[in-house]
Write a protein that binds this ligand. Sequence first.
Ligand SMILES: Cc1cc2nc3c(=O)[nH]c(=O)nc-3n(C[C@H](O)[C@H](O)[C@H](O)COP(=O)(O)OP(=O)(O)OC[C@H]3O[C@@H](n4cnc5c(N)ncnc54)[C@H](O)[C@@H]3O)c2cc1C
Length: 370
Amino acid sequence: MPAYSARMAPVHDVVIVGAGLLGLSAARALTAQGRDVVLLEQAAIGHDGAGSKGSCRIFRLGYPEPDYVSAAARTRGEWHELEAQAGRVILHPTPHLTFGPQLAEVHDAMRRAGAACELLSAAATAERFPGIRVDGPALLETESAVIAADQALAALAAASGPVQAGVRVTSVTDDGRRVTLGTTAGELTARVAVLTAGPWTAGLLGPALAVPLRPTLEQVAYLEPAAASQTASPGTPIFICYGDPSPYGLPVPGSDRYKIGVHHSGPVVNPDAQDESPDPGLVARLTEVASRYLPGYRPEPVATERCVYDNTPDEDFVVDRIGNVVLGCGTSGHGFKFGPLLGTWLATLACGGPELPPQRFRLGRLRTRP
Ligand SMILES: Cc1cc2nc3c(=O)[nH]c(=O)nc-3n(C[C@H](O)[C@H](O)[C@H](O)COP(=O)(O)OP(=O)(O)OC[C@H]3O[C@@H](n4cnc5c(N)ncnc54)[C@H](O)[C@@H]3O)c2cc1C
């Protein structure tokens, strides 16, 4: 139950700003603790300008650092719990191939974290996965999946309590005892505010909490199988050519389409002024990716989609608490797979709970020295 101040305005346990993947995941975890949670969203869940929009994302354990491998392995169990709770299929098990310049680092990190994987020669890769054209060896992981992102958001929303959609937070003030939020629907007060506003988070904070986020507008493309193709979906695995740049691809659940992208290839953007129209230079680049790696698909995209990345300088997330403000942002284009675990960490920071986030996600690491 909310407490009441002298003016009888309710003081909520927690107000969450932003109902994307992180805000919904935090709301679900806090609701499960029995907290009084208000969840505010400036638009609607999964809207066109949100980083969590769209049909699918990659779930993989393959990272060049064991911390991330272990965190992904843990989150897999949490996704399964959400599937059971919601009665929806969220993870579509799909083999994943990592290759390219950082293959050895990813292999080493997976071994150190005790994650199942198998190093395949180029010949074995070609024989087992004719849908992907790989020049050298590849690392096969089998605990990977395609995340049905829209199903994930729906499942989280169902477990999160009501969302107040169309309400934009315009200011956040922490007086040391509680947080006051100015919104387009009036003022709210809470013991703790959780800011999960993606690339908008930086604009909500004063200079004392400066978060150096650098949003970029990425572009993905959808391919269809070539006529009479023997190698296209449903057998095509997920892939990442891990390096700089990192082209990637994944089959779209329930469809014969295949989605491709190049990690961190889009221009810097103001998140309030995203232009959804396709960028011809990025379309040409994606057509090259299709020609190079996907022999079973027509290389010309049948559709494209723009989507915003919320980048930190080191691509690690920000999951931290400063005073009575909890921050969950900076997911840098790779946060979806960790959704429920990020929710658990944010809930713990807000109200206590089973597990604090790792130190590497603290804001202090990004503070510039005077
Ligand atoms: C093209 C693309 C491909 C990706 N592929 C993968 C992948 O394969 N695997 C993976 O793990 N991750 C992937 N990601 C990353 C993943 O999708 C994001 O990390 C994640 O969805 C970010 O969620 P979020 O909740 O932080 O942000 P968002 O979804 O952007 O949510 C923030 C919400 O806050 C709301 N908001 C903002 N300001 C306010 C305000 N002032 N008041 C009220 N509401 C506000 C916004 O409207 C928005 O809905 C990809 C991202 C993109 C764009």
